[in-house]
Design a protein around this ligand. Structure first.
Ligand SMILES: Cc1ncc(COP(=O)(O)O)c(C=O)c1O
Length: 400
């Protein structure tokens, strides 16, 4: 069939196509078909706007179709899209320098990939190479992705169990240092931890726990790998979540906000890890491609120029404060918690039905997390007026 000669399909047809061809792994929330985005808003094929309090799963940190990002991608698309990774490239080099510039001085080596799970898988390999050990520690309620390596670290049994045997990972309770102290022996290559668990329920890592992990790793020869895929690039009000605990991790994994919404992943590591590498130790055909590099440069420039990291801290306080005020007496709400613009509303019930009402009746999109948490990851550009629209809609939906 010649697609160019067909009439534009109706939304129902598009839903049918997605279900028939792409169905099976992803449950869609409803039959809305999103066609356009601008700022904090997504628009469906009928033109209805939705306030996206998820940054499209934590990636569109600059909002949708940010002019600086769109312009950089368009310009690069007309200049060079593909470059073999065995040749040097101007944009890749500029991007590496730019990213290194926002990383701490001890994490100045990078591998460029295309997604979060890919960054985690690379970190697993480098941790094994560096330590000569194979086993890992991760935490209950963690989420690190769904490729085989990353899945081994992810806690949720329904994601993991059908695919056993996976890599040898011990899952310990989050924020329980004594359990780590008992388990971290000389078989452990690395401890993988999110500074704030995202998918697991917006669980905030205690500073003593995170610092204790670092100390135990140092004493016992394991690497500390911080998964900053959801918390990075200002999500928690600092460039990276580990800064809240003043850590010096051996490896950090990045994705989501790295390209401001453009698909990218990366991990950064120390001189000691770098010293073990050799040509062919790892690779990626698409990683660090010129288009992604241009997007990454524009994203980092925009975070800096528009002071979006500081803005996340300030707007996060506004959002948390307003939610706590509006939800104080709402029976279904157990707790409102968060750091920067990473917020969880813990409920006494599953969030699914509320998320549907919030979107369909109030035009506001939010995420679930854990078993009973409604999660908000708004773009860092969100305004106070948009926060107000979101808070009012959430309060009405949760039954104020
Ligand atoms: C903390 C964390 N790690 C890893 C991942 C996996 O990233 P990706 O979906 O890009 O593979 C995610 C995705 O949500 C995440 O939140």
């Amino acid at each position: 069939m010649d697609g160019a000669t067909q009439a534009a399909p109706l939304s129902a047809d598009l839903v049918q196509v997605e279900e028939t061809i792409l169905g099976g792994t992803t449950a869609r929330r409803n039959e809305t078909v999103i066609a356009r985005g601008a700022g904090c808003w997504l628009y469906d094929t009928a033109g209805r706007g939705y306030l996206d309090l998820t940054s499209s799963q934590g990636i569109a940190m600059l909002g949708h179709s940010h002019p600086a990002l769109s312009a950089a991608i368009a310009e690069q698309a007309q200049t060079l899209i593909a470059c073999p990774n065995f040749l040097y490239n101007d944009q890749r080099a500029r991007f590496a320098g730019k990213l290194a510039g926002v990383l701490p001085p001890h994490l100045q080596h990078l591998f460029l990939a295309n997604s979060g799970a890919e960054a985690i898988d690379g970190a697993i390999k480098f941790a094994r190479l560096t330590t000569g050990r194979t086993r890992m520690i991760a935490f209950r309620s963690s989420f690190h992705g769904r490729t085989v390596g990353a899945l081994s670290l992810t806690w949720e049994k329904k994601y993991r169990e059908p695919f056993q045997p996976l890599l040898d990972v011990i899952h310990l309770p989050y924020n329980d240092l004594a359990k780590v102290e008992a388990a971290l022996d000389d078989t452990i290559a690395a401890v993988f931890v999110e500074p704030v668990q995202g998918e697991g329920g917006v669980n905030i890592g205690e500073i003593d726990f995170l610092q204790g992990l670092q100390q135990l790793c140092r004493e016992r020869g394991a690497l500390l790998v911080i998964d900053e895929i959801q918390t990075g690039f200002g999500r928690t009000g600092t460039w990276f979540g580990f800064e809240h605990a003043g850590l010096q991790p051996d490896i950090i994994c990045l994705a989501k906000g790295l390209g401001g919404g453009f698909p990218m992943g990366a991990f950064a590591y120390t001189d000691a890890v770098q010293a073990k590498l050799y040509p062919g130790a790892h690779g990626s055909t698409f990683g660090g491609n010129p288009l992604a590099a241009a997007a990454g440069i524009a994203a980092i420039d925009t975070y800096r120029r528009d002071h979006l990291i500081e803005r996340s801290a300030a707007m996060g306080e506004v959002l948390l404060g307003r939610l706590r005020e509006e939800l104080a007496d709402v029976p279904v709400v157990r707790e409102v918690r968060g750091l920067g613009l990473m917020v969880g509303i813990e409920l006494r019930q599953k969030p699914g039905p509320y998320l549907k009402t919030l979107m369909e009746e109030h035009g506001v999109i939010a995420l679930p997390a854990g078993t009973n948490v409604l999660r908000l990851l708004p773009p860092l550009i969100i305004s106070e007026e948009e926060i107000e629209i979101g808070v009012e809609a959430i309060a009405r939906t949760l039954g104020k």
